[in-house]
Design a protein around this ligand. Structure first.
Ligand code: SF4
Ligand code: SF4
Length: 473
């Protein structure tokens, strides 16, 4: 159901309770587009971001009064939960789900979803490379129809001739495998329980050696798939912590830790492990409403996610004064930009605390990138052009300073090196614009990350997703 139904009615609300108008009607083409001279669109840019079809009714968006226990920016301590909040926490901490896998439900959902089945058949018939090239062509055609330049020419023109350049690598991101207990409709790495690609020990150890010889790295971002379900996850965390006690080790899926993994069989000690190694958890929760989350991520995901958040809270994650960080990520449930981050964070904190007794540290909002499953979804619905228009219209030069690719190196499960997670999924290796190139750089042929410094970033038209509104990376 999540695949074909998740975005069907664009009557979906944003999670903030703010109503996105239907994509087609909301994307009125500015007069400059009508003339075909797209660049003139930007001669008097709109105030940015305009949030596309997300109608941000700031004035009518009022938070209810905090409860007597108080609602601080950092949330409340467990001890500070009011009686009703504590009762909610007890109710929603579903210990009965511990050790119960979500995988059989995910497989049933996948089998019953026509769109998913159709994509699988195309993948089998055409192969990943051909499908990716087709996707790239579709984005190009959409921009041609709008009269918009390729991203690589667009940015320097908007930035007084200055191209975006690579800086020292601060974030070393390892995608250690594509296996996941979920199969979310928007997943840009196309993970599911059927994906078996996984990093092996030799590649994991090579990554650790490179980490040891790259002292400029401050953050190790371990992602997947569900990273916790990959064979080398615990080995990498243990060794990285031993090598670098100061390192910020993040565990995340492409849309951050999927939370439900906490209940999978064999993961009973996962939270204790994360705590022991002071892993920073960034978890995805695309809404505080069960209906929206289950639509996007699959049946039963919401209850499991809330229960997992409570289990993390119990161990100190997200609690004020604790050094165990629990952050959440919001991504829109449809083809619109996320609402303002700070406002949504307040709303999330209020809803999760009052309704479920959950506390957390920060909420980050992310734009859906027009790649892989989401690009396919837009193309099938004839909405790719409008989404690209939304992204281009919301181009925000300020985001170019902090693009993921400027300070991150992303490694695939097989050791290949990319500028970012998105390029990784599109098969565009670092220093290359040849999708799925075989002679690309890999952890097996470099010694330290500084060797990558001269390589140009491989920008392409999906990059408009990273520079729209408040950015996505
Ligand atoms: S978005 Fe995350 S949780 Fe969902 S299928 Fe992809 S990797 Fe798994
Ligand atoms: S998608 Fe493009 S802009 Fe975004 S991080 Fe990757 S290379 Fe940079």
């Amino acid at each position: 159901m999540r695949w074909s139904a998740m975005y069907t009615a664009m009557s979906l609300r944003t999670c903030s309770g703010l109503h996105p108008a239907p994509l087609r009607s909301s994307l009125r083409r500015p007069p400059q587009f009508a003339s075909g001279a797209a660049l003139r669109l930007f001669s008097s840019p709109p105030s940015l971001p305009d949030y596309g079809s997300t109608s941000v009714e700031v004035d009518s968006h009022r938070l209810s009064k905090p409860s007597k226990a108080g609602l601080s920016k950092a949330g409340l301590s467990k001890a500070g939960l009011s009686k009703p909040q504590a009762a909610k926490a007890a109710k929603f901490r579903r210990k009965d789900l511990d050790g119960k896998s979500l995988i059989s439900d995910t497989l049933v959902d996948m089998d019953n979803d026509e769109t998913f089945q159709d994509t699988l058949a195309r993948l089998k018939r055409d192969g990943a490379k051909r499908m990716t090239l087709e996707e790239k062509k579709n984005r190009r055609r959409a921009l041609d129809a709008l009269g918009v330049q390729p991203f690589s020419a667009f940015v320097p023109e908007r930035n007084a001739g200055k191209a975006v350049a690579r800086k020292a690598t601060q974030v070393f991101q390892l995608n250690i495998g594509l296996y996941c207990n979920q199969a979310c409709g928007h997943c840009h790495v196309e993970s599911s329980p059927r994906r078996k690609e996984m990093m092996d020990r030799a590649t994991a150890d090579r990554c650790l050696q490179i980490l040891a010889s790259s002292p400029e790295v401050t953050t190790l971002d371990i992602t997947g798939g569900a990273p916790e379900m990959q064979a080398e996850f615990r080995h990498i965390v243990r060794e990285a912590r031993r090598l670098r006690p100061d390192l910020d080790i993040i565990v995340s899926t492409p849309d951050r830790c999927n939370l439900t993994v906490v209940h999978e069989p064999g993961q009973e000690d996962l939270i204790a492990f994360l705590k022991e190694h002071k892993v920073h958890v960034i978890a995805s929760l695309p809404c505080y409403s069960a209906k929206n989350v289950n639509q996007q991520r699959g049946s039963g995901v919401f209850d499991r996610s809330v229960s997992a958040l409570l289990a993390l809270n119990e161990q100190g994650f997200g609690q004020p004064g604790s050094d165990l960080t629990l952050d959440l990520v919001y991504n829109p449930l449809g083809a619109f930009l996320p609402p303002p981050q700070e406002m949504l964070e307040d709303k999330y904190k209020e809803e999760l605390l009052e309704e479920f007794g959950v506390v957390f540290n920060n909420l980050y909002t992310m734009t859906n990138m027009p790649v892989k499953r989401f690009a396919d979804f837009l193309h099938r619905r004839g909405e790719l052009q409008e989404y690209m228009e939304l992204l281009v219209r919301n181009f925000n030069l300020d985001t170019t300073e902090s693009l993921m690719c400027t300070n991150t190196v992303s490694v695939g499960w097989d050791g290949k090196i990319y500028d970012c997670d998105f390029n990784q999924q599109l098969g565009v290796a670092v220093g290359s614009d040849d999708a799925f190139s075989d002679d690309s750089k890999s952890v097996h042929n470099i010694e330290a990350l500084k060797e990558l410094f001269p390589e140009k970033i491989a920008f392409d038209n999906h990059c408009y997703g990273c520079t729209a509104g408040m950015g996505s990376s």
